[in-house]
Write a protein that binds this ligand. Structure first.
Ligand code: ZN
Length: 393
């Protein structure tokens, strides 16, 4: 990656970047998996002030989808996100796409026969269970810790409905982040941010009207991957028409066209950065940023879509994301079931199962897998899809 000259001024505050330091700006926010950086674009102060508050909004809006899809960041763990099921249960959606109770619960119920009491508890893992049982034993010496722990029953929670999300990316903060991404891509392709005269005022002035249009009238992307939903940013400059266009797409669902300039006089250019959010691997796709006069009018009026077109795109993209989470959940549960069966038979991790215990092993394995398989069948999820190995996962 080539660093641009020290002469560059910050796109947001006009100060020479060399004065405040150039930390490099992720073209697409790293929170949702962006890796590539642009240098000489914004100063360190603006990057962490304005830039971060806009990018935080992007994470807030896409975090559920990101965790279901899987995202890989440069640095920092992907945080868990609170979700609510249809039945009103609050659960944590984890970076591996699985769910966990939000809180530890503990309930002491008097025994029906009037002697002693029953404990109903929900913990999130065996460490928490062990801690809880040892705490109890400290108060009640009659408790047999080993026996209690060996009788633990683990259960899995599954989402009982697709989680909800809105078309919130049109929100001012999220919208500014996406427009910033389009301008950053133009800068990466060698265009001065100040030449993005139709879009830059939207970043500089909080009262400025949104400078982009949602676009679902047709698919601008060819060679679209099917096993994941890519993040895409693309720019195209055409000195003959004078148009400099930007396009930003996240998780297949959020798709905007950004008119960056209508007085572009640089060289003819076309540049795209697209990748799989789950592993950062770049993909070669084509984005068609040439629009008819009618489309240009509709983009500017934010009318380049119908509700039906929007719904169809979200439905198909969500399907891809959802089946990714199904495949990950199946793989995780299968690995857990192998560990469960091995521990039941006292077979150390990584050791072969003796043939004499194979049938018993398979029994425990199936016992542990059963809730997930039943859930999948009840939800109409094809088991073959869950077991499919996708090289893009
Ligand atoms: Zn600045």
């Amino acid at each position: 990656m080539e660093k641009t000259s020290n002469q560059n001024v910050c796109a947001l505050c006009d100060d020479p970047i060399a004065l405040k330091g150039d930390s490099g700006e992720h073209i697409i926010p790293n929170s949702i998996g962006g890796r590539r950086k642009v240098w000489g674009f914004v100063c360190r102060d603006c990057n962490s002030r304005a830039g971060d508050s806009w990018d935080v909004e992007i994470w807030r809006q896409f975090s559920h989808i990101a965790l279901m899809h899987g995202v890989d960041r440069d640095r920092g763990e992907v945080p868990a996100v609170l979700v609510k099921t249809v039945s009103g249960k609050q659960l944590m959606l984890l970076p591996d796409g699985s769910l966990m109770p939000q809180k530890i619960t503990f309930e002491k119920v008097p025994h029906a026969q009037g002697k002693g009491f029953l404990i109903n508890a929900t913990v999130r893992n065996t460490q928490e269970a062990g801690q809880m049982v040892r705490n109890l034993a400290a108060k009640h010496p009659e408790i047999n810790v080993e026996e209690m722990l060996s009788n633990l029953k683990s259960s899995s929670e599954f989402l009982d409905s697709p989680i909800t999300f809105g078309a919130g990316f049109s929100d001012p903060l999220g919208g500014r982040s996406m427009v910033k991404t389009a301008i950053a891509m133009a800068a990466h392709a060698g265009v001065k941010p100040s030449a993005c005269d139709l879009a830059l005022p939207y970043l500089l002035n909080k009262d400025c009207q949104a400078s982009y249009g949602l676009f679902y009238a047709r698919d601008l992307v060819s060679k679209r991957p099917t096993g994941y939903t890519p993040h895409i940013v693309s720019v195209r400059g055409d000195p003959i028409s004078g148009y400099l266009w930007g396009y930003v797409e996240y998780f297949g669902m959020a798709r905007i066209v950004v008119p960056l300039s209508d007085s572009y006089d640089g060289t003819s250019l076309s540049s795209t950065y697209a990748f799989n959010p789950a592993n950062g691997k770049e993909v070669d796709i084509d984005v068609d940023l040439s629009f008819s006069d009618d489309e240009i009018e509709r983009i500017k009026a934010n009318e380049a879509y119908t509700d039906e077109q929007y719904a169809a795109v979200v439905y198909s993209s969500f399907g891809i994301v959802y089946f990714r989470s199904v495949r990950r959940q199946f793989r995780k549960t299968f690995a857990e079931s192998v560990a469960y069966a091995a521990s039941k038979l006292g077979i150390p991790a990584g050791e072969a199962v003796p043939p004499t215990q194979a049938k018993e092993f398979a029994g425990y394995l199936t016992e542990n897998l059963q809730p997930l398989i039943v859930h999948m069948m009840a939800s109409g999820i094809p088991i073959a899809e869950a077991m499919r190995i996708d090289e893009d996962d």
